[in-house]
Every structure is written in C-alpha cells, then in structure tokens.
Design a protein around this ligand. Structure first.
Ligand SMILES: C[S@@+](CC[C@H](N)C(=O)[O-])C[C@H]1O[C@@H](n2cnc3c(N)ncnc32)[C@H](O)[C@@H]1O
Length: 333
C-alpha cells in the first residue's frame, strides 16, 4: 500500500541498526512491539525473523491488516476467493456515498468498483456470521480487500480528495487479490488502541515507534479505508464524505501535545530498547527528541536519506528538497 510514512524502503536500515544496537541476531526470539503499525510492514518483517510481535494502531483498517499479517499463518483455506470475485455488484454504502453514478457527487471509485467492493465486503461479513469462514479467513479476506481496493481509488494518493476524472488505474475492473501470508513466530498479538492507553499494559524487549511526523491526521487521510474495514454505515459530512474521527485524532499530530505524549510513552514503556523513527521536517526537532529520550537511559542516533512521499509532491507543497533525512533515535533503558 502507498501509505504516508511507510517504512517499506527503510526496512534494511531499520533492521541493521536494531540488530546492531540490541546485539540480538536474526532468528532470536525476542518480543518486538510495533505500536504505530500502519501497513504492518515492520512488524511483519520481525515476525518473519522469529520475533514474537505485538502490533497496534489506532486505525481499524490497520488493525485488520495486522490481524492478518501478525496473527495468521499458513495454511489458510482461500478457496472462496473465486466466489468473492464472481459476485455481482450491489448498491451498498460505498457506491451510494463515494461513486458518481449514485448521485453522491463523489468520484472516489468507478461505479463498477464501488458496487463490487460493497458486494465483497457484505459477503465477507455474511460468511463469517454464518460460520462458513473462521476468524483467520475473515481477516485474511478483509485485509486483502482493503489492500486491493486501495489500488483502484481515484485519488492522487490519499483519501483527503478525489480526482475529477477517473484515472487509468481507477477505470480498471476491480479484482480481489490475496495478500501474502507471513510465516514466522505465531505468538504475536494485535491491538487497536491509542498507544498511550496501551503502553503501560504490555512489556517486551524492543519497542519500535513510528508516530506521525506532522499535522496530517491518518484518520482523515484514510477515512474510506476505515469505513470499508468497519462497514458501520457512519454519518458522513462534506465534499469528501468524512466520517467523524474525533476519537482517532492523534496527539502526535499537534505541536501542542506531541512532546508530552512522547515523554509519557518513553517513561511508561516496559522495554529495554526503544527505537523512534522521525525525520528532519517533523513537529519535533532533533534536540527536543534527544533531550526527552536521554532522560531515560543511553541515547544514540542514526541517519539515512530518504525519498519524499508521493503525496508531498502532488499537494502544492513547496518542498525544495526531493529527499529528507530519516533519523532512528535509539534508547537503551
Ligand atoms: C508513520 S505511520 C506508521 C507507518 C508504518 N510504520 C508503516 O511502515 O506502514 C503512523 C501510524 O500511527 C498511527 N497512530 C497515530 N497516532 C496514534 C496513537 N495515538 N496510537 C496508536 N496509533 C496511532 C496512525 O494511524 C498511522 O498508521
């Protein structure tokens, strides 16, 4: 998934530094927590490497993706994929509210793809409620739907706005593609909480923190994926059909609250090693982070240059540099 702040292209940097600082080796079984999990790429990698992974995100679509990546393991019966893909489209919530043909005035998906998404989403729920699929299959299919439908969205990159005319990838007919199953250590657990209410209730060896870097709220930028995941017929508002996200606003997206929240996290973390990803354009500067973390143990910092996220180039943001410096702040408590 093309996700703001995805660590896909920084994975080898993260792995290298995390193993170097902790002196753990690949295939060691330690408890690794990825508590701003997003797409789940970081936790998945450490699961593959043999860790017991604890995963968390405040967004429900992320919870669904991680329930699949972290808690599922092969084999999982996927024989219903053909049935799901053969379903006739229906006029459900997505079509009625986010496609032009319904008169919604919103152009997030083609009519065909919006109706198809509704049919598949409703059927996954029906199959689960009637015990025709188990919990593992439920999250396998649902995570696959979230990941697949994103490729057909008629947006520049995120769901903060739709394009006037259907772009080429949005015109293609939707087909549900299954996500890979990540095999590794199967003792992981996934949460869907605000990190600050979770942190003191868990413990482990390595805590990886990848909070939002700036004021862009994930709940607003991915509101349609949230609605597809929850499928809860929310009241929606405005030109883009936003659901209420007051409970999911992140303290890490506000200059006023970010430092207090980080300090609370570091202080209450029952982990020997803490790693924090942040870049040179975030709400907190380097010195602030260093000061907060150094209060709790031995502090080090590592840097890597990083290509800018696609949305930054499209949204009239006047960025001069095409790359940013990514920092990995490390604390041994
Ligand atoms: C930078 S992204 C993480 C990206 C992820 N590492 C990846 O590679 O896909 C930050 C994530 O933190 C989540 N988030 C923001 N505030 C949170 C909070 N207070 N508690 C839990 N998750 C939060 C967002 O929903 C978002 O998915």
């Amino acid at each position: 998934m093309n996700y703001i702040g995805s660590k896909l292209s920084l994975m080898s940097f993260l792995e290298k530094i995390i193993y170097q600082v902790t002196e753990y080796k690949e295939n060691d079984n330690f408890v690794f927590a990825d508590l701003f999990a997003g797409t789940g790429i970081v936790g998945s990698r450490f699961k593959q490497n043999g860790c017991t992974v604890l995963s968390n995100d405040i967004q429900y679509y992320s919870y669904v993706l991680n329930k699949h990546y972290i808690e599922n393991s092969s084999p999982i019966d996927n024989s219903l994929i053909e049935y799901l893909n053969s379903l006739e489209g229906i006029d459900g919530f997505i079509y009625k509210n986010y496609c032009m043909g319904s008169g919604s005035k919103r152009n997030y998906f083609s009519d065909y793809n919006g109706r198809k998404c509704d049919a598949i989403r409703q059927n996954i729920e029906l199959l689960y409620k009637s015990n025709q699929i188990n919990t593992n299959q439920y999250f396998y299919f649902l995570a696959s739907l979230i990941n697949s439908i994103d490729k057909y969205a008629n947006t520049a990159s995120v769901y903060g706005a739709f394009l006037k005319h259907l772009k080429r990838s949005a015109e293609k007919s939707f087909s549900l593609e299954l996500l890979p199953i990540i095999d590794g250590c199967n003792r992981g657990k996934v949460y869907n909480k605000n990190i600050n209410s979770l942190i003191s209730t868990i413990k482990g060896d390595v805590l990886y923190l990848d909070p939002p870097y700036n004021a862009r709220q994930y709940c607003a930028n991915y509101h349609i994926l949230e609605t597809i995941a929850l499928y809860d017929n929310p009241i929606i508002n405005g030109k883009t059909g936003l659901r209420d996200y007051s409970n999911q606003k992140s303290e890490f997206c506000s200059k006023r609250t970010v430092e207090i929240s980080l300090e609370y996290l570091i202080k209450n973390a029952n982990f020997k090693y803490i790693f924090l990803s942040y870049n040179n354009e975030g709400l907190m500067d380097l010195e602030t982070i260093k000061k907060i973390m150094s209060n709790y143990g031995k502090y080090e910092i590592f840097t890597q240059n990083y290509r800018r996220f696609k949305a930054d180039k499209n949204e009239n943001r006047e960025h001069k540099a095409s790359s940013t410096a990514e920092y990995l702040h490390c604390l041994t408590k």
